[in-house]
Write a protein that binds this ligand. Structure first.
Ligand code: ZN
Length: 175
């Protein structure tokens, strides 16, 4: 709870630094995915090596007889409850502002999903002492941590740790 500890934690966490590290996604083979493809769950189109909800892209490929029907990696991860990102949100402040914080997380999830259909929130759960968020990508967990850091200023602790298969972000605020 000491002031010096929390500022050190957030200073060490530079966004550009963690952007350099990209985890290998076990839901995407080394050969990549075949295209063009459409996800039968979310309707995203995969073409030119990226997923998109762009209606123009959809219209362009929908009549294509070679369009493959698949379930995109994000929807497979959601079904399997396979998270590549965890955000652990704790502290007295969190208990008092739970709905505000949850709304902020969900809004960020929607904003990011529109741009990249593969960065998705799997779940936002109220747990004893706080909230736990699971995401399909490490990038989204880091983005959520950053949004909390910017939206709910005050004396907080912010840190992240990379494992081999996922990233964990902690955001703690007591007062
Ligand atoms: Zn999908």
């Amino acid at each position: 709870m000491a002031k010096s500890t929390s500022s050190k934690t957030s200073r060490g966490a530079s966004y550009s630094k963690f952007r350099q590290k990209t985890l290998r996604d076990p839901y995407i083979s080394d050969k990549g995915l075949k295209e063009p493809a459409i996800c039968t769950v979310c309707g995203a189109i995969y073409a030119k090596k990226s997923w998109s909800f762009d209606p123009k892209k959809k219209a362009k490929y929908e009549g294509d007889s070679s369009l493959l029907k698949v379930v995109c990696p994000a929807d497979r991860k959601i079904k399997d409850d396979f998270a590549m990102g965890f955000v652990n949100i704790k502290g007295k402040f969190v208990a008092l502002h739970k709905s505000d914080i949850i709304n902020t997380i969900k809004a960020e999830g929607e904003r990011v999903k529109t741009k990249n259909p593969e960065d998705r929130i799997i779940s936002v759960k109220s747990v004893p002492g706080g909230i736990t968020v699971k995401t399909t990508s490490d990038k989204l967990a880091l983005k959520i941590g950053k949004v909390l850091k910017n939206s709910f200023k005050g004396e907080h602790q912010y840190a992240f740790r990379y494992g081999d298969k996922h990233v964990e972000v902690d955001w703690i605020r007591d007062a």
